[in-house]
Design a protein. Structure first.
Length: 91
């Protein structure tokens, strides 16, 4: 399996860092690092996340990294990180 981040997911990560860094830069860096490394566990267990039926027939799933939701899609041997956000955000 291969892990790839979409441009939207990378933008989400940058947006979260900018929001958190305005209060505490070191905490923002730690949080972003934890979120960025969380999807690596999918390489060994790609279907560990909850399947989101509303995206059928695509195989879109989600995992949580702390208070952050990470949505990803499995396509053949590639896992695409699609989007991420804090669970308190209205999405």
């Amino acid at each position: 399996m291969e892990l790839k981040w979409t441009s939207k997911a990378l933008s989400d990560l940058a947006r979260l860092y900018d929001f958190l860094a305005s209060v505490n830069k070191s905490a923002a860096a730690r949080t972003v690092q934890a979120i960025a490394t969380a999807p690596s566990s999918l390489l060994m267990n790609p279907r560990i996340g909850e399947k989101l039926e509303e995206f059928e027939p695509r195989e879109v799933r989600r995992i949580l990294a702390g208070h952050y939701e990470i949505r990803y899609e499995i396509q053949e041997s590639t896992i695409y990180v699609l989007r991420l956000w804090h669970t308190r955000e209205h999405r």
